[in-house]
Design a binder for this molecule. Structure first.
Ligand code: ZN
Length: 243
């Protein structure tokens, strides 16, 4: 591929902020790309809107215990991918709605982190490959995050208390990368980062069940133009370059 056509061929280190709903979303949706970016010298931070406190079938686990377990798992997974900071906004798992309060909290994080590139997920994606429904939290996270990028993070009079009382300057995000997209227009080759993605995913022990089965299932997701013997892997995005 012509280097000009490689979408993440930025000529300087970028500040990248990943805002998603649950622990394990970053690794499942775009873990290979995150590894590729940190290894290329870009600085990646995560903001998870919930701690995934409903994601279990274990009836002996309380939401509070699951929350701290999943935060630990998320920090371990992020460390494997070279992510420098992980924060949680502690909204209840499963109840996320893109209201003004969530938009304001995300706006605060964007103004604090000042990312060049922001990664979130697709609020219009109702189902994936006709085989499963997209989690409503994923749609809510994508909607609230896009609404925070524009116009709330950009203009000081939105949530004026952030600027007036917390001295948080307005911020313009240059690119938005939408993971789990309904209509992808960018594919990132993550073949060289596949093992790191799997290692990071396997840190989410409360979610993945048997690790060998996970690896087998994941390995079958090679690109159609490659084979199990010589696989190539990609992650897909909708990329917006904002003016
Ligand atoms: Zn999720």
């Amino acid at each position: 591929m012509n280097p000009d056509e490689i979408p993440d061929n930025w000529d300087a280190p970028q500040r990248i902020l990943v805002i998603l709903a649950h622990p394990d979303d970053p690794e499942f949706f775009c873990g290979g790309t995150i590894a590729r970016w940190t290894l290329a010298g870009h600085q990646v931070a995560y903001c998870l809107l919930t701690c995934g406190d409903k994601g279990t079938k274990d009836r002996s686990l309380t939401s509070a215990a699951l929350c701290s377990l999943r935060q630990e798992e998320q920090r371990a997974a992020a460390a494997i991918l070279g992510v420098h900071d992980v924060r949680f906004l502690d909204y209840p798992d499963g109840y996320l709605v893109p209201d003004m309060n969530l938009r304001k909290e995300i706006t605060r994080v964007i103004r604090q982190e000042q990312p060049d590139i922001l990664v979130t997920c697709d609020p219009t994606n109702l189902y994936v490959r006709e085989t499963y429904l997209n989690h409503p939290d994923h749609r809510a996270a994508g909607q609230a995050t896009l609404d925070a990028v524009f116009p709330a993070a950009r203009d000081h009079l939105y949530f004026i208390e952030l600027w007036r009382d917390e001295q948080l300057e307005p911020h313009i995000v240059r690119e938005v990368w939408i993971s789990l997209p309904r209509d992808p227009d960018v594919s990132v080759d993550i073949t060289d980062h596949w093992d790191l993605k799997l290692r990071a995913l396997s840190e989410h022990r409360s979610q993945i069940g048997d690790r060998a089965q996970l690896e087998e299932r994941m390995r079958s997701r090679h690109t159609p133009d490659s084979s199990l013997e010589k696989p190539r892997y990609e992650e897909y995005f909708k990329r917006l370059v904002l003016e």
